[in-house]
Design a binder for this molecule. Structure first.
Ligand code: CA
Length: 219
């Protein structure tokens, strides 16, 4: 999953990035409102975490502009303002949830999982897809009931497949999900991860769609 974090507090932003990367999210971090709006409109994110007090463009303005452009990306607002009116303004501008600073990272992570579940129409942290079961809160993966040890990136990949069963995922999409704005990735990085996933799971689980990408087989 790929998250856009918009937070101009260096310490807080850095802490959130580290915590989310440990959970296998790909996090793109911006500190400026206008740049954030442009990124959110032009690229695909699973979630936006948006601070309200930002340079160049206020978080509420960013959110209002996003919704005006019909961008429905789930958005979690971070705010130091904890009056009821501030919360109402954020929610009315199109926020899906909000968190008042200071907050515990464990709560942020739980709210992110809840928002992602909601946007995918899932009810619990356990996702079952054919022979695979995956728990997004513990980051555990089972094949036919047996735990499979995966690397952070392998986990991120299989989560993407399980969240979109039957859909063909292009190599470009998978690169964006796994590496984001990170430069310098080898041209066959995704192939290598897929190869390893097939070895650890079952070689028949992920099908290659020639010239396009990959798809999770139903059984
Ligand atoms: Ca701020």
């Amino acid at each position: 999953m790929r998250i856009l974090l918009v937070e101009d507090d260096e310490l807080l932003g850095g802490g959130i990035c580290k915590a989310l990367q440990r959970e296998a999210y790909t996090v793109e971090w911006l500190t400026d409102g206008k740049l954030a709006l442009s990124a959110a409109l032009n690229e695909e994110f699973d979630l936006v975490i948006l601070d309200l007090g930002l340079p160049s463009m206020d978080g509420v303005e960013v959110l209002t502009a996003l919704r005006r452009e019909k961008c429905a990306v789930p958005t979690l607002v971070l705010t130091a303002r904890d009056t009821v009116q501030d919360k109402v303004t954020g929610l009315d501008a199109g926020a899906d949830d909000y968190l008042v600073k200071p907050f515990e990272l464990i709560e942020l992570k739980a709210r992110i999982r809840a928002l992602c579940r909601r946007s995918l129409g899932q009810n619990t942290s356990c996702i079952e897809q054919g022979r695979i079961r995956l728990d997004t809160s513990s980051m555990e993966v089972w094949l036919d009931g047996t735990v499979v040890e995966l690397s952070r990136r392998e986990y991120a990949l299989i989560l993407e497949f399980v969240n979109h069963p039957g859909r063909i995922l292009t190599r470009q999409h998978l690169e964006d999900i796994i590496y984001g704005w990170e430069g310098d990735i080898s041209s066959n990085a995704i192939e290598v991860h897929i190869h390893n996933l097939r070895k650890k799971l079952d070689s028949r689980l992920i099908a290659t769609v020639r010239g396009i990408g990959y798809r999770l087989n139903e059984s």
